[in-house]
Design a protein around this ligand. Structure first.
Ligand SMILES: Cc1cc2nc3c(=O)[nH]c(=O)nc-3n(C[C@H](O)[C@H](O)[C@H](O)COP(=O)(O)OP(=O)(O)OC[C@H]3O[C@@H](n4cnc5c(N)ncnc54)[C@H](O)[C@@H]3O)c2cc1C
Length: 473
């Protein structure tokens, strides 16, 4: 159905009845704003004066019940629904590619409960993550989820693509922090997960909705576990002769101790980003390491980590550069430090086991470097006992002027990088999600197992209205 004139006004009045007249709009400015997120292509497209994908209605529900009402209207008229949090996602996941209803969650921003006895916090999901963290810190707690987008992402956005913060190696990904969630299904029913995050009472619903990127429902409320601030947090830095020795040492370190941060930079990123942001001048493979907790335990872990790093030829740089890295953890993304238009860039983040991660680094570098004038820089962060994430980036300083040509080249570089990772045992994303950016590669990655996701999607969203064209669904 095409929504024009008389009909668009009929639907608008139903939406206004559901959420209030003042919470339904669609100004020209809003249409442009909601057509751009942190996906390079969407920004390049708009910067060149092209029309971004636009919704017909921007709807701002104030409660779970209002979300449910909107979903029922959308199903009746078969109108696409696009959940939107902070619009800080890098995968084009929030872009309204099929138009329809843009469901902006940010009015649902209430803190519902902070239980200091239980060490839990419950809130609505439209809240900005920094606001939640500030609230917890006032009571002596932290979420220990500190992504670099803390000030611009919502709790719902972080849950929807299963995000991660810089302290993840000790405290886990967001899926390690969730105890309970409330979700509005695409057909408008309100459901809750069971009251504990791990059980053997059938398949667990929490991981089904975490990382589903608004394709299977809208996460409206969440309960998280909380952690007390550590007694001590100590930062260190090392320089390895090359990335290979760095990978070997980091693997040994994460199996022996529990750092909160461990980041290994390749030689190219050490002499570019690390030099620029923290003023470190030497060549080699820079690594920063943070240990935290009770003083005595931290001291013992420091001794082990330093010894292991040195066994692999690392030069210990003391605490200064580790502290500088931590202080500048967000500065890395500020204008002047981060890549920006007119440069073309992309983050080929991949997660893999220790067995495969270095192979993937070399394979992606080889494939991406085949494109003329394309630079490749890389670091590995978010370490697990079993593997880690590789955050490689390609950069092209002078991309084609023509936006359509630039779009095709961007996708060709991505295809080459991602296919190199997949061929070597990588999984195409650790925490940024799939969105529109990588949607076309999901079937290739999952193979016959994609059927399971497709059946879930069909069952939960029979009219196919939730976040169309994303995540390969
Ligand atoms: C400078 C910068 C640094 C970043 N650093 C990190 C980092 O350290 N760690 C990290 O994990 N990410 C990082 N990101 C990526 C991004 O910010 C995250 O993906 C973020 O959590 C997205 O949240 P958002 O509220 O902006 O979501 P949006 O961009 O608005 O939406 C992202 C996806 O989630 C869906 N969605 C949003 N809310 C809901 C909901 N309530 N229910 C269901 N689906 C929903 C949308 O439809 C979309 O598919 C960074 C981004 C930037 C710009």
């Amino acid at each position: 159905m095409e929504f024009k004139g008389f009909m668009i006004n009929m639907v608008q009045s139903e939406l206004e009845d559901a959420v209030g007249v003042e919470n339904v709009s669609c100004t020209h400015a809003e249409q442009i704003t909601y057509g751009v997120d942190y996906f390079w292509l969407s920004r390049m497209w708009a910067d060149k004066g092209n029309t971004p994908p636009a919704p017909e209605f921007v709807v701002r529900p104030g409660s779970t019940e209002e979300v449910a009402k909107v979903m029922k209207i959308a199903n009746y008229y078969k109108i696409p629904v696009q959940p939107w949090g902070g619009g800080s996602g890098s995968q084009g996941g929030a872009l309204p590619m099929a138009g329809g209803i843009l469901l902006d969650n940010k009015r649902m921003n209430k803190m519902l409960d902070l239980n200091t006895n239980a060490g839990t916090v419950t809130c609505e999901t439209g809240i900005i993550f920094q606001t939640l963290e500030d609230y917890c810190q006032e009571k002596g707690y932290s979420m220990m989820h500190l992504p670099s987008c803390l000030t611009c992402c919502t709790v719902g956005g972080a849950l929807a693509h299963n995000g991660i913060g810089i302290l993840s190696t000790k405290y886990g990904k967001i899926d390690d922090m969730v105890l309970w969630m409330e979700v509005v299904l695409p057909t408008g029913e309100i459901i809750e997960t069971l009251p504990v995050p791990k059980h053997s009472s059938g398949p667990n619903l929490i991981p089904l909705f975490l990382g589903s990127e608004g394709t299977l429902g809208i996460i409206t409320k969440v309960k998280f576990r909380l952690i007390h601030e550590p007694e001590i947090r100590r930062h260190h830095a090392f320089l390895f002769p090359d990335i290979h020795t760095g990978y070997e040492a980091c693997h040994k370190i994460v199996q022996a101790v529990k750092p909160s941060i461990i980041r290994l930079f390749d030689e190219a990123e050490t002499v570019s980003i690390i030099k620029k942001v923290i003023g470190f001048e030497k060549q080699g493979s820079f690594m920063n390491l943070t240990l935290e907790g009770y003083k005595g335990i931290v001291a013992a872990e420091e001794e082990i980590a330093l010894k292991l790093a040195q066994e692999y030829g690392a030069q210990y740089l003391g605490t200064e550069y580790g502290e500088k890295w931590y202080e500048n953890r967000i500065t890395f993304f500020y204008p002047g430090h981060i890549m920006n238009n007119p440069q073309m860039f992309g983050t080929l983040d991949t997660v893999a086991t220790h067995e495969n991660i270095e192979k993937i680094y070399w394979a992606m570098k080889a494939e991406v470097s085949k494109f003329p004038n394309v630079r490749f820089i890389s670091h590995s962060s978010h370490w697990y006992d079993w593997g880690c994430m590789n955050y490689s980036r390609f950069i092209l300083d002078n991309p084609p002027e023509d936006p359509e040509e630039a779009l095709r080249l961007h996708n060709q570089i991505w295809n080459a990088g991602v296919r190199a990772a997949l061929a070597n045992g990588g999984v195409l994303n650790d925490h940024h999600g799939v969105g529109l950016k990588l949607s076309r590669l999901m079937k290739e990655q999952y193979g016959p197992a994609m059927k399971v996701l497709e059946i879930m999607k069909k069952g939960l969203d029979p009219n196919g209205i939730m976040n169309p064209y994303k995540m390969g669904l």
